[in-house]
Structure formats: structure tokens, C-alpha cells
Design a protein around this ligand. Structure first.
Ligand code: NAD
Ligand code: AKB
Length: 305
């Protein structure tokens, strides 16, 4: 295993902050950030190009991969075939190379693995019958984690809330867009109903969870290794509006559900993360109000994206 770390999909919502955290932890030279587009300190790597992945991992001496390249639920449901290609075939390409060069691999799962038959509070172990293609690709990813022979780990991230990069075509994007709209226009038209309740998490907690799970010795991780439930907090879209009004009392929001309402309705309201807490000590730090406070303080120091 080489000493360097590869991140795919590094310019996305998570990659933007994970790369920063990994560079802080290991040093700039250790982290090879890649995406479809070139950018400062980020090289081009298409995860559909298996030869390019192989060559980069070999020449750079990569020992660990954070595979973030994917299509999210809203974009994925618009083009299910492409979603399957990128999320499953892309992951398979990365797994093949990880196996060849004995790399450890992190590949995120999602609350989208759950379907309408899941209890309101999603247990770690329950039948996984997602109604979205995106969710199905995440179920396959979790299965590959356990069968591929690679030391591969995953977390079922809830909807992630952050200010450093835009949310990337998901159903939970309203919980990010709303802050930008509130500051720029004092108004937001939300694409899910006011009573829609979903599990969410502030990005700092998600990044910490990601670094933590990759530090745990493999033998301490159990059957949930491919996709641990991790909870932050849950809220309805209406409760988010109320929390934002603590900062902007005149903020207004109307609710005009679109097709993303169906995806949101198929996901659980809450996540039971008992297994992650017991097996590797997971605990979130941010609740709804702390997240809203952090978003406003972050957006005041960084121009809106
Ligand atoms: P994002 O859409 O913001 O970023 C994904 C990145 O992948 C983009 O920069 C895109 O350019 C890149 N990409 C797409 N196709 C590619 C390809 N063929 N080759 C290389 N790069 C490609 O997504 P994100 O929010 O950062 O999510 C990262 C991972 O976390 C995904 O697997 C996603 O399913 C998972 N996840 C995210 C959330 C969330 O709320 N953000 C929640 C649950 C799970
Ligand atoms: C999405 O909404 O698609 C993502 C996710 C929960 O996987 N944020």
C-alpha cells in the first residue's frame, strides 16, 4: 500500500471539504484530488476510464481511495442509465484497481438505500427496497463492500448541509439552497412540502465521521462496514424555516413540491445509528440550530456559491 491518497469527485459538495480535511491531516503532497474538470490542485480523472485510474494509482503510489464521484438522486432519476453507469460501473472500476494495488477504499452510501417499506426510524438492518435508481446503486455499493475482497467502508450519509460548495443535484438540496436564497432574496420556494421530515447532517460531522471510520482497524468493524447508519438530526422543511427566522425574522418561504417530493417521501424520517455508536464511537455534534448558526456565520465570511 502506497502512502498517497486519491479522491475522486473531489470538486463536489463533500469532496471540497474532505480534500481540505485530508490535506490538513496528511499534508498537501499526499492528497491527489481528481474530478471530471480540472481546477486548482485538482486533476482530471473520469471514473469510467479504468485504464486512467490504474495508471494514476500505480504511478502516484496510492494506498487509500475516497471515491466520491457519483450522480445524486435528482440528477440520477432524470437519467437512470447514466446514474447506474457512473455509480455502479464507476465504483466497480475503482474496486478493481483498489484490489490490484491493495488500496483501502471509502465509498459513501446514503439514506436513499431505504425505500417506502422502511420504518420511520430506519434501523441498521432492514430490507433495502429503494424506489429510486440512485438508491439501488447505493445498495449495490454496500454489497460490493462486503463481497469484493477489498477493505472497503461506507456510511449512509443523510442529506448534508454545507456552505463551501453547492449541493450536487440531490433531493435534500433544498436544505442548502434555502440559506443562499434567504440571504440573497429573503425568500425561497421550497420543492418539498412544509411537513417533509428527513435526516440531515452538518458537513463538519460528516467529514469527521468519514475520517473516523477510515481510522478504525478493520477487525473492529462488523457487518455494517459497507454502509453504517449515521444520524445527525431530523427536521421538517417548516422547522428549518423557523430556525432560519432566528437570523432573518422577515424571511419567507413557500412550498411548491415537484418530483423530488416522491423521492423524499420514500426515505425514512429518522436514522437509528446505534450500531455505529457502539462499534466505533460515532456521535454527532451539530443539531439544527447549531447548523443554521454555522451556515450563516460561514456564508457571511465566504461569498455565496
Ligand atoms: P456532488 O454531485 O456534489 O459531487 C460529485 C462529483 O463527482 C462532482 O464534482 C462531479 O463532477 C463528479 N463526477 C461525476 N461523474 C464523474 C465521473 N464520471 N468521473 C469523475 N468524477 C465525476 O456529490 P457529493 O454530494 O459530493 O456526493 C459525493 C458522494 O456522497 C456520492 O456518492 C453521493 O451519493 C454521496 N452522498 C452525498 C450526500 C449529500 O447530501 N451530499 C448524501 C448521501 C450520500
Ligand atoms: C440526495 O438527496 O440525493 C443526497 C442523498 C441523501 O443521498 N443528498
Amino acid at each position: 500500500m502506497g502512502p498517497r491518497i486519491l479522491v475522486t469527485g473531489a470538486l463536489g459538495q463533500i469532496g471540497t471539504e474532505l480534500v481540505e480535511a485530508l490535506r490538513f491531516k496528511h499534508g498537501d503532497d499526499v492528497i491527489i484530488a481528481t474530478d471530471l474538470r480540472e481546477s486548482t490542485n485538482c486533476r482530471i480523472l473520469d471514473v469510467m476510464d479504468s485504464e486512467a485510474i490504474d495508471s494514476l494509482v500505480q504511478t502516484e503510489g496510492i494506498g487509500e481511495i475516497y471515491h466520491l464521484a457519483a450522480l445524486l438522486s435528482a440528477t440520477g432519476e432524470k437519467n437512470p442509465e447514466l446514474c447506474w453507469k457512473i455509480n455502479v460501473e464507476g465504483l466497480d472500476n475503482v474496486i478493481t484497481v483498489a484490489k490490484k494495488y491493495d488500496c483501502r477504499l471509502f465509498a459513501p452510501s446514503s439514506i436513499a438505500v431505504f425505500g417506502p417499506d422502511c420504518p420511520d426510524m430506519a434501523p441498521q438492518v432492514t430490507p433495502l427496497n429503494p424506489s429510486t435508481v440512485y438508491g439501488k446503486t447505493k445498495v449495490v455499493g454496500e454489497q460490493l463492500a462486503m463481497t469484493s475482497g477489498v477493505d472497503m467502508r461506507g456510511l449512509r450519509y443523510p442529506g448534508l448541509i454545507s456552505y463551501k460548495a453547492p449541493a450536487g443535484g440531490g433531493t435534500t438540496d433544498y436544505a442548502v439552497e434555502i440559506f443562499h436564497a434567504a440571504l440573497e432574496h429573503g425568500h425561497y420556494t421550497c420543492f418539498v412540502r412544509e411537513d417533509t421530515r428527513l435526516p440531515m447532517m452538518y458537513m463538519d460531522d460528516a467529514i469527521r465521521a468519514t475520517l473516523e471510520i477510515m481510522e478504525i482497524p478493520r477487525e473492529k468493524l462488523g457487518e455494517a462496514r459497507g454502509g453504517y447508519n449515521i444520524a445527525g438530526f431530523s427536521f421538517t422543511a417548516g422547522e428549518l424555516v423557523q430556525s432560519i427566522r432566528r437570523h432573518l425574522p422577515d424571511f419567507t418561504c413557500d412550498f411548491v413540491p415537484d418530483v423530488r417530493q416522491n423521492y423524499a417521501d420514500s426515505w425514512p424520517n429518522d436514522i437509528d445509528d446505534d450500531v455505529a455508536r457502539k462499534e466505533w464511537g460515532w456521535a454527532p455534534e451539530f443539531d439544527l440550530d447549531a447548523t443554521v448558526d454555522a451556515m450563516f456565520s460561514g456564508l457571511k465570511t465566504q461569498p455565496t456559491v
